[in-house]
Design a protein. Structure first.
Length: 527
């Protein structure tokens, strides 16, 4: 058997030369003293491998259109076996890749590994960092939920600050007049087609130049003989990758990123928040409001990147010792400390009530209908013919839910005697179901819940309250500033008594006197 295996190996080596390739890959001599700090490049390669594998698996199920993107991501999380774990791996893998790339860059700077003859490889490494950040930016939009949509709005607005070309850059990123199907298609194409090709080319070039010039080794040369990459450094690389893999698995098992409500371009109360690796820039922009925003968005980052690009030529130290390179190490360390500080401040500076957590009145009214409407609770109960409607367990697509909520008889023949929901009720219920995929509705008192039901069914079709609703009637956000409770009651009951030319229909025959009193009292308090 041994002779047969050897013969097969000899035949394969004769045709492919795999033995020489193996020796070239594993028998690289390393400077004495090479240790754990030099595992960061391999850790980055491991993270990129995880992202490629999980990204391909996610792409099998993903639909890159505004009508189906959110549904496909929700389907991955709720219906695909291991889908939530897969999303978790891809999400946390992105953080691993960014972290490893930043640490690798810091190691190169503090060890002086960018110096002659490795200047070109340093520039390729900087390009790789930008490509990795571009992956994070383009991938952020793909779930097409509220957080993804509004963070992309902010990104495109920042891009429009580009001198002379701002509008052109913004239009290119949007793909049209508004953020929509063309935007999603372009960002998806960049994420899965363009950036991977650029990444592969840069990684190959980076590894080639690394092997051509060898690794720099410790700052202070160590006495002793060089050691081969395998098994010494290879075992360290494997250990670091294994630990990172276990950590990724634990984080992914604990939970995938929350999928928020589907993107709603009409929302006015959502406060976008970027991923942690963009929080530093996000925080920096707060210190440059208005016309000064271009300084935080482009000028400061541009100065930092120019410094990094010129670093090999700015370094005039005779050796790689830190004391001879203070002219570059001190500003780099200060910039790194500033970045960490801004990131921490950005993480702590959260709005008191971000849009991701705050349910609007339309959504609360929809949740109230789900909890109290006979058309819902008749079937959706523990012993009913349909499962209870619970947060995190909404598995149907948006199209299916819209058809079922708008006309339950289509999918539930037992409701032949039930009236169809009104447009306002339908929209509220659908918005509540979308939010319940990732969070539970707030608890409100029965009386307040009744008010939200009435607002959803009758008021928000024509009037706007807190940025939610129609535009046909006057805004009611501060109704109590101009109208007292008695006047509001009369306007709801029969507005023609106060104004014979009033276009608003009388609701006195549709809403009970007690409900009109509740609604009028609530509106009168809004001043």
């Amino acid at each position: 058997m041994k002779r047969l295996t050897g013969a097969v190996a000899d035949w394969l080596d004769n045709r492919t030369g795999f033995r020489s390739l193996r020796r070239h890959a594993l028998d690289e001599p390393l400077p004495p003293g090479t240790g754990w700090w030099f595992t960061l490049g391999s850790l980055l390669l491991f993270g990129l491998g995880v992202q490629v594998a999980t990204g391909i698996a996610l792409a099998v199920y993903y639909a890159p259109t505004p009508d189906h993107a959110w549904d496909s991501v929700n389907y991955i999380s709720s219906s695909v076996r291991g889908g939530a774990f897969l999303r978790g791996l891809h999400h946390w893998g992105a953080s691993l890749v960014v972290s490893a790339s930043i640490l690798h860059l810091c190691r190169v700077v503090f060890f002086g590994s960018y110096r002659k003859p490795r200047e070109v490889n340093w520039l390729i490494g900087l390009a790789l960092l930008h490509v990795i950040l571009a992956f994070g930016l383009t991938g952020y939009l793909l779930p097409w939920d509220q957080r993804a949509y509004w963070a992309t709005v902010v990104t495109i607005n920042i891009s429009k600050l580009t001198p002379a070309l701002g509008e052109m850059v913004g239009a290119f990123l949007r793909g049209g007049d508004d953020i929509g199907a063309l935007t999603l298609t372009r960002w998806y194409a960049a994420h899965v087609l363009v950036l991977p090709v650029i990444l592969l080319g840069l990684v190959v070039a980076h590894l080639y130049l690394m092997r051509r010039h060898g690794i720099s080794g410790p700052v202070t040369p160590k006495p002793g003989r060089s050691e081969m990459f395998f098994p010494y450094q290879a075992s360290r690389d494997f250990t670091v990758a294994a630990v990172a893999g276990i950590l990724l698995a634990v984080l992914a098992w604990k939970g995938a990123p929350v999928l928020e409500a589907p993107a709603d371009p009409t929302s006015t109360d959502y406060v976008p928040r970027p991923e942690w690796y963009f929080l530093g820039l996000f925080q920096l922009l707060k210190y440059f409001p208005g016309r000064l925003e271009v300084i935080g968005a482009l000028v400061v980052p541009g100065i930092v990147m120019t410094f990094l690009v010129l670093l090999p030529w700015l370094d005039r130290g005779r050796t790689r010792l830190a004391k001879q390179r203070l002219s570059v190490l001190l500003p780099f360390t200060a910039g790194l400390a500033a970045l960490v500080t801004l990131t921490v401040l950005g993480a702590r500076d959260k709005p008191a009530q971000a849009g991701a957590a705050a349910w609007n009145i339309r959504e609360i009214g929809g949740a109230a209908a789900i909890q109290t409407d006979e058309r819902c609770i008749r079937c959706h109960k523990p012993d009913g013919i349909a499962p209870p409607i619970e947060p995190g367990r909404i598995g149907k697509t948006a199209d299916w839910l819209e058809m079922h909520v708008g006309d339950p008889i289509v999918l539930a023949p037992g409701l032949r005697d039930a009236p169809q929901t009104s447009p306002g009720e339908t929209r509220g219920i659908l918005m509540a179901l979308a939010r319940m995929r990732s969070s539970a509705p707030p608890v409100v008192e029965p009386e307040t819940r009744r008010i939200y039901l009435l607002l959803n069914k009758f008021c928000l079709n024509c009037h706007t309250i807190d940025g939610i609703g129609g535009k046909e009637g006057p805004e009611l956000t501060r109704a109590g500033k101009e109208l007292d409770q008695a006047t509001i009651e009369q306007r709801i009951t029969d507005p023609t008594v106060l104004d014979p030319m009033a276009e608003m229909p009388a609701l006195g025959d549709k809403i009970s006197a007690e409900d009109i009193r509740l609604l009028a009292a609530w509106l009168a308090k809004r001043k």
